[in-house]
Design a protein around this ligand. Structure first.
Ligand SMILES: C[S@@+](CC[C@H](N)C(=O)[O-])C[C@H]1O[C@@H](n2cnc3c(N)ncnc32)[C@H](O)[C@@H]1O
Length: 195
């Protein structure tokens, strides 16, 4: 789960200037690639939630389910195009919960609250610089990981997520969100047999 404090919840951004017009949705787009794509493959057992808290249509959450997602490509522009088309829908406006708008991609009104309802009662980890190292935590297979955007979490969200689960770090250096996603995936991969 990546929480975009300023990432726009609608499709009113320019693909030619994604960082400058989307409240840094580009940070979240890179997280989708890092979470779902391997070299020539897609992680079918991963679900990505982008919590979009910027712009007039916020809060909204976009969910990409690796089990059924199609057309997820590694280049940022193609991924941003897929997300832009998905965010253009108004199907979620008068509905509760996630509505699938493309194969494997769904939208819901709401933020972290809607993610927690959808994901159910799983162990959760808040990713934060300076916390206990990830290698000292026995990661549950069905865990939820919460990652901030370029600005990190707001105080209320940080406090709520810290109270819900453990707070862990992927190392001693403050990294970009997508690099944190890669390192978490790598930790999980290392605990599994090669595929
Ligand atoms: C670019 S950092 C945010 C930096 C922001 N200035 C702040 O103070 O929170 C983006 C997110 O990546 C995660 N992150 C970055 N480095 C990390 C680390 N070493 N361990 C765990 N999470 C990290 C955190 O969730 C953070 O909110």
């Amino acid at each position: 789960v990546v929480v975009g404090r300023s990432a726009v919840a609608g499709d009113e951004f320019l693909l030619d200037d994604l960082p400058g017009t989307s409240g840094r949705l580009d940070v979240l787009v890179r997280c989708v690639r890092a979470a779902l794509l391997t070299s020539h493959g897609l992680r079918r057992d991963v679900v990505v939630y982008l919590v979009l808290l910027g712009g007039p249509r916020a809060p909204r959450t976009l969910r990409v389910d690796g089990a059924t997602a199609k057309f997820v490509r590694p280049d940022e522009r193609a991924l941003a195009t897929l997300i832009k088309k998905s965010l253009a829908t108004h199907a979620d406006e008068d509905r509760e919960g996630f509505i699938e708008v493309r194969p494997g991609i769904a939208i819901a009104r709401g933020g972290v609250d809607v993610v927690l309802r959808d994901a159910g009662d799983r162990p959760s980890y808040l990713l934060e610089e300076g916390a206990t190292d990830i290698r000292s935590a026995a990661l549950a297979d069905d865990a939820i990981f919460f990652i901030g955007d370029h600005a990190g979490f707001d105080d209320a969200t940080r406090a709520a997520l810290a109270a819900r689960g453990r707070t862990i770090a992927v190392g001693p250096v403050s990294l970009h969100s997508d690099d944190v996603v890669t390192l978490i995936a790598n930790e999980i991969d290392r605990g599994r047999s090669p595929r």
